[in-house]
Design a protein around this ligand. Sequence first.
Ligand SMILES: NC(=O)c1ccc[n+]([C@@H]2O[C@H](COP(=O)([O-])OP(=O)(O)OC[C@H]3O[C@@H](n4cnc5c(N)ncnc54)[C@H](OP(=O)(O)O)[C@@H]3O)[C@@H](O)[C@H]2O)c1
Length: 286
Amino acid sequence: MKKVLVTGGNGQLGNCLREVLERETGIEAVFTDVAELDITNPEAVDKFVGDLRPDYIVNCAAYTAVDKAESEDSQAARLNTEAVGNIAKAAARHNARVIHISTDYVFAGDSHRPYAENDEPYPQSIYGRTKLEGEGVLKAFCPDCIIIRTAWLYSEYGGNFVKTMLRIGGATKSIRVVSDQIGTPTYAGDLAECIRTIILKDNPSAGIYHFTNEGVASWYDFAKAIFRLSGMEEEVEVTPIGSEEYPTPARRPLYSVLNKRKIKETFNINIPYWENSLKKCLKQMK
Ligand SMILES: NC(=O)c1ccc[n+]([C@@H]2O[C@H](COP(=O)([O-])OP(=O)(O)OC[C@H]3O[C@@H](n4cnc5c(N)ncnc54)[C@H](OP(=O)(O)O)[C@@H]3O)[C@@H](O)[C@H]2O)c1
């Protein structure tokens, strides 16, 4: 039986992991969020990990408000970098392995082919920079860690693009969506399944991995699919616009498709196509 501590358990990925791991008999998981374990508190993290003695810590906690981070850089750094250091030190001291989630925003987004794990990072936002620095701190203390970079995460839990589209589109019947930023919508439930597979392996290979759903889309394509698969295509008019027509405090990568060959080959996993997973999530949301 593998013992797993999950941090940030009330977030999108944390909730999906709860569903996946509660069905799994080979794993005993303890879920925490800030009320049970504030990862910015180094003593609390060390004590919790020392008492529980987990085989794995899966860190789903993060400062994920990308635009707000531009004006709250110290709060973003506290959670995305310093707190990851707290987890890393406790894991190293108490012999736990860390599975940590990072982001496509570590890259500049000016590539024309999917980013591989060893491509040079060049974050364009405070969020991206603090997440990259979190990767660095973790690798320094825990060379056996597993870092999974993902992108465009959505789920039936919390706030995300799918819910925003359904809310605004449903109310206004007309919406303008950026069509020149390309990436891959990723269902947090699929990432949770991937994390379970990794935990169940004997001594899984350490390193950085990329995970998203299969395929590529613009935010406009994503929005069109959300309305089509929800039976709202006729009701809601979606207009494609350029990024310059939708200015945001944080700069978004124009191209953030991730190459997933390494995670598929290393852990022998099949990844669903993004539209199929979107269909599944919309069904769950009903
Ligand atoms: N969402 C995306 O599109 C996306 C894309 C790429 C990568 N990622 C990465 O994927 C991971 C999971 O993202 P997500 O969308 O599931 O995030 P999320 O929904 O924002 O969940 C993060 C969780 O962490 C909790 N948290 C905040 N401060 C904490 C603290 N001091 N101690 C413990 N927990 C704390 C949050 O609680 P509160 O809600 O109360 O603050 C929330 O429950 C993150 O590492 C994120 O950077 C996300």
